[in-house]
Design a protein around this ligand. Structure first.
Ligand code: ZN
Length: 269
């Protein structure tokens, strides 16, 4: 499946816990694992939307519980960004290294649709964060000894076949190509915001001047995920500019590798 079609089929809805809430600590997460849970809630209508709503409420704040995604047969609700720690593993090691995915158990759910959606979500997350498979998919049980994910653990071979379905989904993901921006459709607003600068001054070869390194991000803003940290002195080629952000190429060749804040790169000699 092509990556864009895969994302579309998740029906992914971002319904974040408010920043600053006691169950959204705001610590940086570089995910190396994906922790799989079952919700343990077999009540009627205990679906993904209801679990996302729960995480925004007083009980979840008081208990300091949170997780990144809740999946049912219809949708995947995201409650915490994937570059932030959530509290789902009952283990600081688990919370500090993994994205938490809860799979619903309510009676109205089409079970196979829900597990297929969860497998596809985990495959996409693993691809985006370079998490190795199958080693990077773990049970909640792995971190704390809890009997979770209950449904997968109770079914003989259930966990193994779920992991296998993630690997198959992952292997089936096909990259797509970025378009070339067409002449006459220049959406670059940098020149308009800063008319004294000559249009080409900021293009071409630069070096990173941030002493402690510079975050390479997937888009033009701090809301976008960090791809890597570029060390001081790294050579980058600036390709385009969007307000204060520039799109850069790190490795020689065709195409862009990400975005950095323009204040921390300087033209070469
Ligand atoms: Zn769990």
């Amino acid at each position: 499946m092509k990556i864009d079609e895969a994302y579309a089929s998740l029906n992914l809805i971002q319904d974040f816990i408010a920043p600053g809430s006691s169950n959204r600590p705001g610590q940086k997460l570089v995910p190396r694992f994906i922790t799989v849970h079952n919700t343990d809630n077999a009540s009627s209508n205990a679906n993904a939307a209801a679990h996302a709503k729960y995480q925004k409420g007083a009980d979840a704040r008081a208990r300091k519980v949170s997780w990144h995604f809740t999946v049912d047969d219809k949708a995947a609700f995201q409650s915490v960004p994937t570059n932030e720690v959530a509290w789902h593993a009952a283990s600081s090691q688990g919370n500090g290294s993994s994205i938490g995915v809860e799979i619903c158990m309510h009676p109205e759910m089409n079970v196979s649709d829900a597990y297929n959606k969860a497998a596809l979500l985990i495959a996409l997350l693993a691809k985006r964060s370079n998490i190795p498979l199958p080693a990077g998919i773990v049970q909640h049980h792995h971190w704390s000894g809890k009997h979770c994910p209950r449904v997968l653990r109770d079914k003989p071979g259930g966990w193994e076949s779920f992991v296998q379905s993630v690997v198959i989904a992952h292997n089936g993901l096909e990259e797509i190509e970025a378009i070339d921006l067409q002449a006459g459709h220049d959406h670059d607003h940098g020149d308009a915001a800063d008319p004294v600068e000559s249009p080409d001054e900021w293009r071409g070869d630069h070096k990173v001047i941030a002493r402690k390194g510079l975050r390479l991000r997937s888009g033009p803003g701090t809301d976008f995920s960090t791809i890597t940290i570029l060390p001081f002195g790294t050579s980058v080629k600036v390709l385009s500019r969007m307000a204060d952000w520039v799109q850069v190429q790190i490795d020689p060749g065709e195409g862009a590798d990400g975005f950095v804040h323009s204040a921390f790169v300087d033209p070469l000699g």
